[in-house]
Design a protein around this ligand. Sequence first.
Ligand code: HXC
Length: 257
Amino acid sequence: MPENLLIEGPKDGVRVFTLNRPEALNALNTELLGNLSAALDEAEADAETRAVVITGSQKAFAAGADINEMAARDLVGILEDPRTTHWARISRFNKPIIAAVNGFALGGGCELAMHADIMIAGTTARFGQPEINLGIMPGAGGTQRLVRAVGERLAMQMVLTGEPIDAKRALEAGLISEICQPELTLERAVQIARTIAGKAPIAVRLARESVRKANDLNLADGLRFERHAFTVLAGTADRQEGLDAFREKRKPHFTGR
Ligand code: HXC
């Protein structure tokens, strides 16, 4: 197991990845992002893993890209930055990701959290895009996913001032879906992941893809995608099992077929 990324599970269909660079508030360097992307490769290939939780420490989910590493790269260095490949890998992951955020989620840390499908945060969480303070700007989705999550006005304020928002504001704005006591954030995220892990995997996959399409497609194309996905599910054994179980008043047993 890599030192800067702790991996637990799969247990009850869930793997938990804990960012672990306490000396740098979990700043995302190439090695850590590489380990995360390799861990996602494994999780994707493993049929037993149905959902993934990504978390950090009580003090920081992640305080951004590693500034020291970034400082060592000039224009060409940034152009050829291997971290770009890792970010792309994270966004391609095909199972649900739940982020459990406590403390700082800044810059690349906020962007990593926004790669998750569901985000739960403790009351101490602080979300921000402070890149502007460094004379740069967000580069892993902070101007795009943030706008889609909280709207242009708040996103613009955060990106141009660099000032963070707290968990309460993040909840009101729609960046996170639940807020809880910091010591319960991970437990709650795992509970949600386990709930999802108990559902029919193909239905989860298509439902997730369909919800995600809402950001990429216009309404007519999105509705068309949804209808196709809904129709495809009619061919699965799990749909039959789900409908039978309801009528027989028992719990369904899904097999992923
Ligand atoms: C490298 C970092 C770091 C980072 C903190 N550290 N953030 N190292 N990269 N992003 C290190 C500090 O240098 C320090 O190391 C140790 O972690 C503890 O941090 P402190 O600053 O002493 O802690 P505190 O006073 O509590 O302040 C916390 C903080 C502050 C407010 C989060 O650390 C901070 O502002 N960090 C930078 C946040 C940021 O600008 N992020 C955006 C990065 S750019 P030492 O050795 O001194 O103890 C980015 C671009 C993404 O993310 C682009 C993606 C393509």
